[in-house]
Write a protein that binds this ligand. Structure first.
Ligand code: ZN
Ligand code: ZN
Length: 423
């Protein structure tokens, strides 16, 4: 026998009961995105590396250390997508669709990092991007969509953090102010930031080390230094969300890791997960991104939510049932020599009934065992005698009348199953 293979380090296979939970989450998201007027977008898994270098910022942790970059046989340099936003904006610029452009996606994302629980080299994201408007109403809708999705998925123990990063000018003057303040507190910062506090200063706000948290908490706060239009925009978003019942916590230290974010930035954190990895979704405005990627200046906002992390959060809250049923309705047990199961299954499936069966002419006992294991509600039994009499026996495998068993004429089986399923 030759040596077998394993999935690459930091990746995982999803199947069986686990995949029913995935289907449930994805279907719930698709439905919610539809309600909010988003249509699905599918873009390539790899893009010209420039899409991410320019979009995320070449200096960023993701672009410089974590991206999967490769040269193809034609000598072009590509990257596997580390995140979902830049490819959608690239597609938007390429096709100039009508505005506003509102798209949702389900996509893998790749980052070369140390694998650990809740962190993968290939993980999956659900997200939306909305381009073409600065209107605070769009910020409100985007955040509300993510909130409604989490609610529908069954999540309860989470909070919505919100901040505004201002536009480039008011942010620059804030950064200057922050630098001035920090210059007097360098020795109080964490070891790493004592060295690099004056490069990428805004990132210090993101630092989770107690030293940096203490110093920045006492320093100038971003929202207090926004220009008037940015400040008004932020208040409209916060009050608009409150008006529709979405409670937000102001988080003045919340800045997103990518260079393209402007104004509204938000993060949903689960209180059921460890605080080091409790972000279950987040995003913000990126009014400069389209320009950075060579398009016309176009405002935009979006979010991404990791599927693996969301499922962990749901599990931590005790929500383990998939929100969509993927157990079959019936299992057809065929012990005739003539394969009547194919025809019966086909009639049932044509009527919208999920029907499964065994193969390879297995014994009655083996088929009944498989029927039980399948989770099906009913077993439909056809042996040589039933077949000769044109009958099918229905056995309830799950309900209160578990032992009940009745015979039905073969031509009535679809109607009978439908009525028993309450359809
Ligand atoms: Zn501003
Ligand atoms: Zn720090």
């Amino acid at each position: 026998m030759s040596e077998s293979f394993q999935a690459p380090v930091g990746t995982h296979d999803v199947f069986g009961a686990e995949s029913a939970r995935w289907e449930g989450v994805i279907a719930t998201f698709a439905q919610m995105a539809y309600r909010y007027g988003f249509s699905m977008i599918v873009t390539p898994t790899f893009e010209d590396v420039g899409v991410f270098n320019r979009g995320i910022g070449e200096q960023s942790e993701v672009a410089s250390k974590e991206m999967y970059v490769f040269e193809d046989r034609g000598g072009r340099t590509y990257a596997l997508r580390p995140e979902g936003t830049a490819p959608v904006v690239r597609a938007f610029i390429q096709h100039s669709p009508t505005l506003p452009f509102k798209a949702w996606y389900f996509t893998p994302a790749f980052r070369y990092e140390r694998p650990q629980k809740g962190r993968f080299r290939e993980h999956h994201q659900l997200g939306v991007e909305a381009l073409g408007s600065e209107d605070a109403a769009l910020d409100i809708e985007t955040i509300s969509l993510l909130n409604d999705f989490f609610q529908a998925a069954g999540l309860r123990k989470y909070r919505v953090l919100i901040n505004s990063m201002g536009h480039d000018e008011c942010r620059q003057s804030y950064v200057a102010l922050l630098k001035e303040y920090l210059s007097a507190h360098v020795i109080e910062l964490c070891d790493e930031h004592q060295k690099v506090w004056d490069q990428n200063t805004l990132r210090l706000l993101d630092c989770k080390k107690a030293e940096c948290v203490a110093v920045t908490n006492n320093g100038p706060q971003l929202p207090a230094h926004l220009c008037t239009p940015c400040s008004e925009h932020f208040s409209s978003v916060v009050s608009g969300l409150s008006n529709i019942g979405v409670k937000c916590e102001l988080a003045p230290r919340l800045v997103r890791g990518f260079d393209y974010y402007t104004r509204t930035t938000f993060e949903f954190v689960s209180d059921a997960l460890d605080s080091a990895q409790n972000a279950i979704g987040g995003g913000g405005r990126y009014d400069k991104l389209a320009e950075q990627l060579g398009g016309d200046p176009t405002a935009g906002i979006g979010f991404g939510a990791g599927v693996e992390r969301l499922l962990l959060a749901l599990e931590a809250e005790g929500v383990t049932e998939p929100s969509i049923s993927r157990t079959p309705h019936v299992f057809v047990v065929d012990t005739t020599e003539v394969d009547v199961a194919t025809g019966i299954c086909h009639s049932l499936r044509s009527a919208g009934i999920a029907a499964v069966r065994a193969y390879d002419h297995r014994s009655m006992k083996a088929q009944m065992k498989a029927a039980d294991k399948s989770g099906a509600r009913f077993a439909l039994l056809v042996g040589p005698q039933e077949y000769a009499a044109g009958q099918i026996t229905i056995r309830d495998l799950r309900g209160d009348e578990r032992t009940e068993q009745v015979s039905v004429a073969q031509q009535d089986i679809v109607t009978e199953v439908l009525s028993r399923l309450g359809k």
